[in-house]
Design a protein around this ligand. Structure first.
Ligand code: ACO
Length: 377
C-alpha cells in the first residue's frame, strides 16, 4: 500500500543501465576528416573520444540493450511495466514511436508506450512525467529510456558540430515508493524563441524530404554554439538553484550533480557560477561526447556503478537542449535491490529475442484463430 505511511506516494529509481556502441572514434581520427586537432577539441570541449553506432546499431537496438540492463538491475519482469517512455531526438523512424518498438522487443506487453521530444532535456522531461504518472496512483512501474543515434544527423564535414555529438542509450526503472527516498522535486522549462539555435530544419511537415533538402544538407543538425553555451550555463545554474530550493534544501546538501554532458567548459562555468566544487559534478564527456537524451542516464549509471552514489545521498540531474528546453530533478537515492543470480537469468531470458519470437508466434496463432472465427458461416 502506498500513501498510507509517513510519506506520500512517490517514485524511486530501482534499476539503471546503459549501452554504448563498441566503436570508438578518437579526436585523432576526426582530425583526419575535418580541419581540427585533438588539442582544440580537448581544450574547447573536454572530449577525447566518443562512441559511434555501427551499421546494425540504431536508437532502437541501443535503447533495448539499456532497458534490459535496467530491468535486470531492478529485478522487474518486462510484463510488469505500466508505462514505457523514450526520450529521443533521433527516433528509429518517424512512425511509430521508438517506445512502441522497444515495448515489442523487450516484451513489455502491458505497457503504454510513447516518445518524448524535448531535445537533450528529454530524459529529465520523461523522468518527471514518469514520476507524475506514479504519483497519480494509476501505476507502479515506469521504464524511462534516453536513446540517441546522433551520428546519423551530424554533418561530418561541419567541424563545429561533428566533434561534439555521439551515440548511446541509458535507462532507469522508476517504481512506486512511500519510503521518502526517490524523486523529491523537479523543474522544467522551455523558450521557443531560441528554437533556431539548434535544429534539423527538414524532414517534417514544413520541409518534407526532397532532393533539394538533401542537397541543401537540411537533414543535418545546425547549431549556434555560442548562444547555446551562454544559455546552458544560465539554465543549469537557475534550474539547480530552483530544484534545491523547492526541496527545502541548500546546495551544500547535494552529494552529486549529474549534468547533461555537452561541453566540459559549460560544466566548469556552471560550477563556478553556483560556487559548488567541480568534484561534485559527474563528468564522463571525455569518453562519450554529447549523447543528448542519453547522456544523463548513462552518467547516472556510471556514477552508481563507480560507487559515487550512496543510500540517502541527494542527487541533482540537470539538462538543457534544443527547443530551447531545460530541466532538473532532485532525488534521494534509495535502497538498491538485491537480485539473485537465478532471478537475473530468468529476467534476461524474458527480455531476449528468443522470447520475443515465441510471443510473436503466439500472436500469429491468435490472429489465425480469430480469422477462423470470422470466416465461420
Ligand atoms: N576545430 C578547430 N577549430 C574550430 C572547431 C574545431 N572542431 N570548431 C570551431 N572552430 C573554430 C571556429 O571556426 C572559430 O574560428 P574563427 O575564430 O576563425 O571564426 C573558433 O574555433 C572559435 O569558435 P567558437 O564557436 O567561438 O568556439 P567556442 O569556444 O565557442 O567552442 C563550441 C565551440 C565547442 C561549439 C562551443 O560553443 C559549445 O560547446 N557550445 C555549446 C554547444 C552545445 O552544447 N550544443 C548542444 C547542446 S544541446 C544538446 O545537447 C542537443
Amino acid at each position: 500500500m502506498f500513501g498510507n505511511g509517513k510519506h506520500a506516494r512517490g517514485s524511486q529509481i530501482t534499476g539503471w543501465g546503459y549501452f554504448v556502441p563498441p566503436r570508438v572514434l578518437t579526436n585523432e581520427e576526426l582530425a583526419r576528416q575535418v580541419e581540427t586537432t585533438d588539442q582544440w577539441i580537448q581544450e574547447r570541449t573536454g572530449i577525447r573520444e566518443r562512441r559511434i553506432a555501427g551499421p546494425t546499431e540504431s536508437t532502437l537496438t541501443m535503447g533495448v540493450q539499456a532497458a534490459r540492463r535496467a530491468l535486470i538491475k531492478a529485478d522487474l519482469s518486462p510484463s510488469k511495466i505500466d508505462h514505457l517512455i523514450v526520450a529521443t531526438a533521433t527516433p528509429e523512424q518517424p512512425i511509430p514511436s521508438t517506445a512502441c518498438m522497444i515495448q515489442d522487443e523487450i516484451g513489455a506487453t502491458k505497457a503504454a508506450a510513447f516518445d518524448v521530444a524535448a531535445g537533450c532535456t528529454g530524459f529529465i522531461y520523461a523522468l518527471t512525467i514518469g514520476n507524475a504518472l506514479i504519483g497519480s496512483g494509476d501505476c507502479g512501474n515506469v521504464l524511462v529510456i534516453g536513446a540517441e543515434t546522433l551520428s546519423r544527423i551530424v554533418d561530418w564535414t561541419d567541424r563545429s558540430s561533428c566533434v561534439l555529438f555521439a551515440d548511446g542509450a541509458g535507462a532507469v526503472v522508476l517504481q512506486a515508493t512511500d519510503s521518502g527516498t526517490g524523486l523529491i522535486s523537479s523543474v522544467l522549462g522551455a523558450d521557443g524563441f531560441g528554437r533556431n539555435y539548434l535544429e534539423v530544419s527538414a524532414g517534417g511537415s514544413r520541409l518534407p524530404a526532397s532532393h533539394e533538402t538533401v542537397d541543401g544538407k537540411l537533414h543535418y543538425v545546425r547549431m549556434n554554439g555560442r548562444e547555446i553555451f551562454r544559455f546552458a550555463v544560465d539554465k543549469i545554474c537557475k534550474s539547480v538553484r530552483q530544484v534545491v530550493l523547492k526541496a527545502g534544501l541548500t546546495p551544500k546538501d547535494i552529494a552529486l550533480i549529474i549534468p547533461h554532458q555537452a561541453n566540459r567548459r559549460i560544466i566548469e562555468a556552471s560550477a563556478r557560477a553556483l560556487k559548488i566544487k567541480e568534484e561534485k559534478f559527474f563528468v564522463n564527456i571525455d569518453r562519450y561526447g554529447n549523447t543528448s537524451s542519453a547522456s544523463i542516464p548513462i552518467a547516472l549509471s556510471e556514477a552508481v556503478e563507480a560507487g559515487k552514489v550512496k543510500r540517502g545521498d541527494y542527487l541533482v540531474l540537470v539538462g538543457f537542449g534544443a527547443g530551447l528546453t531545460w530541466g532538473a530533478v532532485l532525488l534521494r537515492w534509495g535502497e538498491s535491490p538485491t537480485v539473485s543470480a537465478l532471478e537475473t537469468y530468468w529476467d534476461k531470458l524474458k527480455t531476449s529475442p528468443f522470447f520475443r519470437e515465441i510471443r510473436h508466434a503466439k500472436r500469429r496463432l491468435d490472429r489465425v484463430k480469430l480469422g477462423d472465427w470470422f470466416d465461420r458461416p
